[in-house]
Design a protein around this ligand. Structure first.
Ligand SMILES: C[S@@+](CC[C@H](N)C(=O)[O-])C[C@H]1O[C@@H](n2cnc3c(N)ncnc32)[C@H](O)[C@@H]1O
Length: 214
């Protein structure tokens, strides 16, 4: 199991090549599919978005194109340096497992893409997300599904039902769920000089939730 410090260093080392590799080699889809579905569900001309574990900013691109105001948080300084080349209104370099540096009830949309496999306390994270969302605000997270390959990688995985227990359904309404291919580890290892890393494949679900208003 990789420590948080190792993971942060890993993402900082690969940051300059992350977009190219995840789009072309890994054929990552979360950063396209999840924002696309959120835009359909949200259907308003403006939004304030919080992208948790924003990385280089891939998952914010559709929101920039829509003219939304986007704030990003990531604990890798290398990833944040790349994100600074994109039109975020604010970026913070810190763990999303710490208190989030944003006001209560201030976002229409909160996303956490490609990161829950690394989160130690998902229930704590979803309490913090709830705090930052406006009433009726939307939240979307990717969920790494249990497979033999994911188990060999030693990452956290969940069935969708297990994962939804981290949300208090008195606070949130479940709007939708989708399932799709997540990522393959071998391509990322190559970026870090490990040519022979096995290609363990991780599959994702994504859940879309709405903060209840009352
Ligand atoms: C697979 S990348 C996903 C990046 C982006 N969301 C995307 O979809 O392209 C995982 C990101 O999560 C970040 N990360 C992992 N654990 C984190 C934590 N506890 N707090 C903040 N960022 C974290 C890493 O630095 C990395 O940028």
């Amino acid at each position: 199991m990789t420590s948080n410090q190792d993971r942060r260093d890993f993402y900082s080392r690969i940051a300059a090549h992350y977009d190219e590799i995840v789009v072309n080699d890994v054929r990552y889809e979360a950063h396209v599919l999840v924002p696309q579905r959120l835009l359909e569900l949200y259907a308003k001309p403006h939004a304030r978005v919080l992208d948790l574990a924003c990385g280089t900013g891939l998952g914010s691109m559709r929101f920039f194109e829509a003219g939304f105001d986007v704030v990003g948080i990531d604990y890798s300084s290398g990833m944040i340096d790349v994100a600074r080349t994109r039109p975020y209104s604010q970026l913070y370099c810190q763990s999303i497992e710490d208190e989030l540096p944003v006001p209560d009830d201030s976002f229409d949309i909160v996303t956490a893409l490609g990161v829950t496999e690394f989160i130690l306390d998902p229930a704590g994270l979803f309490k913090r997300i709830w705090r930052t969302l406006q009433p009726n605000g939307l939240c979307a997270v990717t969920i790494p599904k249990p497979t033999d390959a994911a188990a060999e990688l030693g990452i956290k995985t969940y069935t969708v039902d297990e994962f939804l227990k981290f949300f208090d359904l008195d606070d949130y309404k479940l709007l939708d769920q989708i399932e799709f291919y997540g990522w393959e580890s071998g391509h990322l290892g190559k970026l870090d000089g490990r040519e022979n890393d096995p290609h363990h494949r991780v599959d994702y679900a994504a859940s879309f939730l709405q903060k209840k208003s009352g």
